[in-house]
Design a protein around this ligand. Structure first.
Ligand code: SF4
Length: 463
């Protein structure tokens, strides 16, 4: 049974519209699948574009704009505004894996697949591999990384679940990132549990196929919901509603997990910063010169060979862009070192701050990491949008405002995270202890801001 009163808010009416217009949503989804397939497959079959190619006269450059200039950065940003609406209404992999699971073997989801570490592991592997094959630059690498992920999504759908999104829920490389970022969205599907219980015995139950398998009655936040709207109005108890963007992060009843904390600090902060930094880093160049001298003097010589295939490491002699085995090892080492140093600094500062609250200290650390979600997410948006800036520069656009926009976004992320830390530390026994703990947390913020600032304003400034 569903209902939408005439006095419902525009948000609630939009939620109900989604529930009533599944055919329109599916038409949108399959249109995105068609555009996605065209932009992933066709450029990989074309020769590399000349240096002076532009988005409007070359499909490969257009696809580069579509995927890396617009799609990725703004999907990240959309998590802050609309939760995982991207997943539920637009994502081509979600559409395909759900469609495949209508026809496949319908196997139950095995335990190994439900392992809590997959979101971090899948994100880390995909991010590092994307750097090795230069996924932002070359269409064959796009076909390999995005197309490979899509085939894996379809295969997962064929094997597991029935009209479900097992891939999205457990294995998608960006599931974890979307999961944590959507927690600060100012909208959510609110479940009125009392009304649910009161209506459950009286109203006809409309079977809702929640593709990402959320237990709707118990849903308290955005992390798992794909915001598809199918459950809107269910038992007159589910409504799309606004909320404070801080509610979910500050919810004292939420049970923080180690994997969420690792994903936020090691993945979305450490690995992401390392992946965006290495190509602009003078430290990387110095390490490469020193390592090359060492190999020339002592071997083994094969480390300097550029014989790796393009699907393992960047290999485009026609574009003068070829990685040696040593290059590949140094890229992995740089990203790993950046992740290690940043994560160690952040965790140590949060551990110091966690002493002030009465709960177990490790649990406090996991919880405190959630305050970093705004800064981590805006940092990734800025990192991804540096590709937008590079593409816009090639189109001759005026970019004088970019540095100021970066300063403003980093400041917003830092201030928002600092505010969340302050609220989280309310359980400190005394005000001086709260201030001391908050200062340690601000130290963690400063470490992250410094890592992005070095990249954007010293190593790779926009002039
Ligand atoms: S709980 Fe499930 S059905 Fe409801 S909006 Fe979220 S994904 Fe859709």
């Amino acid at each position: 049974m569903r209902s939408t009163s005439a006095s419902a808010s525009p948000l609630a009416r939009y939620g109900s519209w989604l529930a009533r217009n599944g055919r329109t949503v599916r038409a949108v989804q399959w249109s995105v699948v068609a555009i996605y397939a065209l932009l992933v497959v066709v450029p990989a079959l074309l020769p590399l574009p000349p240096d002076n190619a532009r988005a409007l006269d070359n499909l490969t450059v257009f696809a580069q704009w579509a995927f890396w200039g617009l799609w990725w950065p703004f999907v990240i940003l959309s998590m802050f505004a609309a939760g995982r609406t991207w997943c539920g209404v637009f994502c081509p992999e979600g559409t395909l894996t759900e469609a495949a699971s209508r026809f496949g073997w319908h196997r139950p989801t095995p335990r190994w697949l439900r392992w809590g570490g997959w979101p971090f592991v899948a994100f880390a592997i995909t991010t590092v591999y994307g750097q090795l094959v230069s996924v932002y630059q070359y269409p064959k690498a796009v076909l390999l990384v995005l197309g490979g992920s899509t085939i894996a999504a379809i295969a997962t759908g064929l094997v597991f679940g029935r009209e479900k999104r097992v891939w999205c829920r457990y294995l998608c490389p960006v599931n974890g990132v979307f999961d944590v970022l959507s927690r600060v969205a100012p909208v959510h599907f609110r479940v009125d549990r009392e009304r649910w219980a009161a209506n459950a015995g009286h109203m006809a139950i409309h079977p809702v196929n929640c593709a990402p398998m959320v237990r709707i009655r118990r849903m308290t936040g955005n992390a798992e919901s794909h915001m598809c709207g199918r459950c809107a109005g269910d038992l007159d108890a589910v409504t799309l509603a606004s909320r404070s963007p801080n509610d979910e992060v500050l919810d004292a009843h939420a049970e923080p997990t180690a994997w969420d904390a690792i994903l936020i600090v090691v993945g979305v902060i450490g690995i992401a910063i390392g992946a965006f930094q290495w190509s602009a880093s003078p430290w990387f160049v110095q390490a490469k010169v020193a390592a090359t001298e060492l190999v020339v003097d002592h071997g083994p010589a094969w480390l300097l060979a550029d014989s790796a295939p393009w699907w393992l490491m960047t290999h485009y002699p026609e574009a003068n862009d070829v990685f040696t085995w040593l290059d590949g090892m140094l890229i992995v080492a740089y990203i790993a070192a950046a992740a290690l140093v940043l994560s160690a600094a952040v965790f140590m500062l949060l551990y110091a701050a966690a002493r002030t609250a009465p709960a177990p200290r490790v649990r406090n650390v996991w919880r405190l990491t959630h305050a970093l979600i705004p800064l981590a997410g805006l940092g990734v948006f800025l990192g991804l949008s540096s590709l937008t800036v590079a593409l816009a520069r090639a189109e001759g656009a005026w970019l004088g405002w970019v540095s100021w926009a970066r300063v403003a976004l980093l400041a917003v992320g830092a201030a928002w995270s600092a505010y969340l830390f302050w609220r989280m530390l309310a359980a400190a026994q005394t005000t001086p202890r709260r201030v001391a703990a908050w200062t340690a947390c601000c130290g963690a913020i400063a470490v992250i801001v410094a890592a992005w600032a070095v990249l954007f304003f010293i190593w790779s400034p926009v002039r």
